[in-house]
Design a binder for this molecule. Sequence first.
Ligand SMILES: [Zn+2]
Length: 165
Amino acid sequence: MRKIYDHQKTKYQHAAIDAFGDYMTVDSALAIPQQDIFVLFEEIKDSSYFKEWNGDARLQMTFANLEGKYWGLYHHETLAVYLAHDSADARILCHEVAHHLSYQQALDVPHHGPTFCTHFLNLIMLFADACDSELLRSCFEEHKVEYYFPRTVKAQQLRKSMGLV
Ligand SMILES: [Zn+2]
C-alpha cells in the first residue's frame, strides 16, 4: 500500500506537548488506575459521539508490552487499542480512539492529520475532564495544526460565546 504522508505529525506533537506537558516521558505520565481506564473506554464506546462517527462496537483495549517505544498503539486490522503497562492515561486512550474513528472515516487519512486532530480534540473535550481542551485547541492554533472546528455540545457553547453562531 502507498505510504501515507503524515504531514502534520511534528506540529501535532509540539502542540500536544505545549498543552499537556511531555507525557511521552515516563516521569510525567498522568496515570490513573487500570480499572478506571477500562471504565472510561466503555464510556467512550457507549457515547453518542463514538456511535455518530461510526465507531465499531467490537473495538477492544488491552495492556501490552510496547517495549518502551510507544505509549499506545492502534491496529485497525484487528480493531485493537494497545496501551503500555504504565499508560493508563485518558490522553493516550483518547489519542488511540481518535485513530480508530479517523480510519473508520477513511483508511487513507494522514495518521495525525486534520481528521485525527478533530477527533482527538473532541474526545479530550468529552472524556478527559482533567485536561484543558481549550488550551489544546489554542495550542493547535498556535502551531498551525489543521483541524475542523469541534462539533460537540461543549464546542457549540464555546462557538456561541465567541459570537460565531
Ligand atoms: Zn498517533
